[in-house]
Design a protein. Structure first.
Length: 280
């Protein structure tokens, strides 16, 4: 069996020791130059550490550090959420991947969506496809750090994950998967936190979709919270949810929320087994 062990030269050991002592998870090329005092030396050290499995190249001169406690073998980084979270400093993992992490769904996406303030191209790192989604600054909130397999990963909270998914159903598997995610939140997410996060987004269509979906999956919002959502919808506001065109059997217009739903209850609840039996 051909095993590749992670070795270190003197200058490489200096950088690894510094990163370990500082508890660092990432490093940039500029920071390596500052630590080692030479651009040429830093370039060679970084290249060597990448080849030997001490660093994983992320993007634009930014690297993920694989510390000594990861073991002597060059196995790379297999924590997909940690990779996605580390690429851009000001970012958070959200939507479908966050929903799976919080247990809101059993489905896991093949591509991890990461919220950023400046658009970046989709990348594949260590076999993980990472899509960067530019969001408005007013929507960039509701995240925190979680420890996942020894890594600190920044993800949206469970409440904000639901709100982000309602805002962008295309990033969480579509309407039926979104209904499953909202249903998953009914038993574990504080209703007041959900409504607060939803209103902070300043999106009428989002509030309309959220109101309809909470009713659909029987998430019982108290009268005060329901009234806050209703008050955020102008009387003349209309929005659409589901397919582009309407078909026979679709829910149609929902007066309570001013929304046209182009999907059937059965299709929307296909992944919500507790409700599907009476969805027809």
């Amino acid at each position: 069996m051909n095993t590749h062990f992670r070795t270190l030269g003197p200058r490489e050991a200096q950088l690894v020791l510094t990163l370990s002592e500082q508890g660092r998870h990432t490093i940039t090329a500029a920071e390596a130059i500052e630590l080692l005092g030479s651009k040429g030396s830093a370039r060679n050290v970084i290249q060597g550490l990448v080849q030997k499995g001490w660093l994983t190249r992320l993007v634009g001169g930014r690297y993920l550090f694989l510390p000594p406690e990861r073991g002597p073998e060059n196995l790379g980084e297999n924590n997909a959420l940690a990779l996605a979270s580390a690429v851009v400093e000001t970012s958070y993992v959200g939507w479908w991947a966050a929903a799976a992490f919080h247990g809101l769904t059993t489905q896991k996406p093949s591509t991890i969506a990461v919220a950023v303030l400046r658009q970046r191209p989709t990348r594949e790192i260590e076999g993980t496809a990472i899509r960067f989604v530019k969001v408005a600054r007013r929507k960039f909130y509701g995240y925190q750090d979680f420890e996942i397999f020894g890594r600190t990963v920044r993800l949206s909270t469970a409440a904000k994950t639901i709100v982000d998914c309602v805002d962008r159903p295309d990033l969480c598997g579509g309407p039926s998967e979104l209904a499953r995610i909202v249903f998953g939140g009914a038993s574990q997410v504080d209703s007041a936190a959900l409504v607060e996060d939803a209103l902070r987004m300043q999106s009428t269509a989002l509030v309309q979709r959220l109101g309809f979906l909470t009713d659909l999956v029987r998430w019982k919002l108290d009268d005060a919270l329901r009234a806050r959502l209703r008050a955020a919808i102008p009387p003349s506001a209309r929005s659409y949810f589901g397919r582009a065109e309407r078909r026979d059997g679709d829910v149609g217009y929902v007066h309570d929320w001013g929304i046209f739903v182009h999907a059937s209850r059965r299709d929307l609840l296909a992944d919500v087994p507790q409700i599907i039996s009476v969805a027809a």
